[in-house]
Design a protein around this ligand. Structure first.
Ligand code: CMP
Length: 153
């Protein structure tokens, strides 16, 4: 019988510690900050393996954030994430998941450290400019949610 990780590996085929998934959220795109954030991604040593501008439907956003279904902020979150275009990113760097989380800063921008993306570009815990995976397993799942293998260089 397969363990949880082995199942995930057989389904997604590429759990890697050097890949993570990111979103430049609708608030940051609307504010014209997507280019500045991509610039920070590159200047912090990430390689972009996949990038595209998408406008999610409510259903796609609900599927992506299904782990939060039932939480008080779920409706607000999925309405916001489908409210306009966002940029989805597959990013490569050593220890990509913690490296991207460090660059993003705390979920609540009021608690985000100086020099982080959320400190510089986010306005609230709901509209917090960027998303990042919280584990290598979830990075593989989240990349596969938005990118086909052909879209990853
Ligand atoms: P993200 O990293 O995209 O993952 C889940 C998101 O839910 C999180 O960023 C926040 O934007 C959002 N979120 C978490 N807690 C709250 C909250 N209390 N109110 C509104 N949104 C929240």
């Amino acid at each position: 019988m397969l363990g949880k990780n082995e199942k995930t590996i057989s389904k997604y085929n590429y759990i890697m510690s050097n890949l993570t998934f990111g979103i430049i959220k609708p608030d940051a795109v609307r504010a014209g900050n997507a280019g500045k954030i991509v610039d920070r991604v590159l200047s912090n040593g990430f390689k972009v393996r996949g990038m595209k501008l998408i406008h999610q439907t409510r259903k796609q956003a609900e599927g992506f954030y299904s782990v939060h279904a039932g939480k008080g902020f779920f409706d607000e979150l999925t309405e916001f994430m489908s409210s306009g275009p966002c940029v989805v990113l597959a990013l490569e760097k050593d220890n990509a998941v913690p490296a991207w989380r460090e660059l993003m800063g705390a979920t609540n921008p009021a608690e985000a450290a100086e020099g982080t993306l959320r400190k510089d570009f986010a306005s609230s815990i709901g509209e917090n400019a960027v998303h990042g995976s919280d584990s290598d397993e979830n990075a593989a799942i989240e990349i596969a949610y938005f990118f086909s293998k052909l879209e990853l260089v």
